[in-house]
Design a protein. Structure first.
Lengths: 250, 130
């Protein structure tokens, strides 16, 4: 069902495509039903907009209200496996003991090889904490103004980095993508290739928003060093957010 | 500020603590949403958009509008609700959901369990068992 509004149809199609990807492990019937219901809901929201309200920003706001595509898969998962596939307790115990033994071995090797200057305490966790949570403050286009070793080093109006800033700008989309290949969730920037994440921070100075974007270079991802930060200033909303997210998803 | 290396050779090393309130809240919400959706349908059939408008009024649920649809899909798969299309003079046909008998029974059990849990937690928080 297309509205005839090309921008809205494009925004809606992209969101539905991302949901379909998130639900790719589901059966066709269940997936189709959810997509049909969500499509209907989106069209209902669109029909409630006045002509003046029909613009890219409001379309993105609707998508934000719907929630990230990862929510759909997350809410469909159950913690309880089907009875006929539940393994015997003995098998579970053997599997857990084996995994612990492997984990202990894998911890010991990197600890020996890791450089001595790594100063962060390490702990083992069994979970990957990757829910997506929106942060409306970060959505949009940001331009670099400085590159600092520590966040507290930054002074508005004074560029500390003497050379050229390699990173010129970053666009953050409402669905967790960026224009430079990283992904994000509330408070975190991810480098999915090197499996590293670091916290970002947004502050206000004199009515301007500044983003401290952790630069996940090889020093961070390989040598375990602390990241430095690009300081970016918020610019006008990006109208290419949806297109950029589609490209970075390929 | 924290940074984390994750997913490397099935090993996760983290500088964060183990107690993750955000994750707990996510899991808590997930279970609660099923109960709340069934409770809504106890009062009569509704369509998805209508249910979302009602649920959004409960701010503590922190529901996003799309959340209700995977919940409805799962409840339908589990046989607790069923759906049917109803034609409208004013627009396209809408899909209405209603409880099945199994759904009514499950909802009643959930309700009893909810009462027990909330009473127990309330008692603990007041220090009655300390």
């Amino acid at each position: 069902m297309n509205s005839g509004d090309k921008i809205w149809d494009s925004v809606k199609s992209e969101y539905l495509r991302q949901i379909e990807t998130a639900l790719s492990k589901l059966g066709h019937t269940q997936r189709s039903e959810i997509l049909e219901d969500v499509n209907f809901h989106l069209e209902q929201r669109y029909s409630e907009l006045t002509d003046e309200q029909k613009n890219w920003e409001n379309y993105q706001a609707i998508i934000t209200d719907m929630g990230p595509p990862s929510d759909y898969a997350d809410l469909l998962q159950t913690n309880q496996p089907p009875k006929h596939t539940r393994p015997a307790m003995k098998t579970v115990i053997i599997a857990v003991v084996t995994l612990i033994a492997i984990a202990v071995i894998l911890i010991a090797v990197p600890q020996i090889l890791r450089p001595a200057q790594t100063s962060f305490p390490l702990a083992i966790s069994d979970e990957l904490p990757h829910p997506f949570e929106n942060d409306p403050r970060i959505v949009g286009r940001w331009e670099s103004v400085d590159f600092v070793k520590r966040i507290e080093d930054f002074q508005p109006g004074i560029k500390l980095w003497q050379g050229e800033l390699f990173l010129k700008q970053v666009v953050f989309t409402p669905s967790g993508g960026t224009s430079i290949g990283n992904t994000w969730t509330n408070g975190w920037i991810y480098d999915n290739k090197d499996k590293v994440k670091a916290e970002y921070k947004i502050t206000e100075f004199d009515g301007r928003s500044y983003l401290f974007f952790p630069w996940l270079s090889g020093d961070v991802t390989i040598r375990g060093m602390k990241p430095r930060y690009y300081v970016l200033e918020k610019k006008g909303e990006s109208r290419r957010g949806t297109q950029i997210n589609r490209e970075e998803q390929k | 500020m924290q940074y984390t290396v994750y997913g490397h050779k099935n090993l996760i090393v983290s500088t964060a603590g183990f107690m993750d309130f955000h994750n707990w809240r996510t899991q808590f919400r997930k279970g609660l949403l099923e109960f709340v959706v069934l409770a809504l349908l106890e009062h009569g059939q509704q369509h998805g958009y209508q249910m979302v408008q009602t649920l959004k009024k409960i701010q503590s649920l922190e529901i996003r509008e799309g959340n209700v649809y995977p919940i409805l899909a799962r409840l339908q798969t589990d046989g607790l609700i069923r759906s049917k299309q109803e034609f409208s003079e004013n627009g396209p046909p809408r899909k209405y959901f209603r409880l099945t008998q199994k759904g009514k029974t499950t909802l009643a059990e959930m309700g009893r369990h909810w009462e027990l849990i909330t009473q127990g937690v309330h008692t603990i928080r007041k220090g009655a068992y300390v």
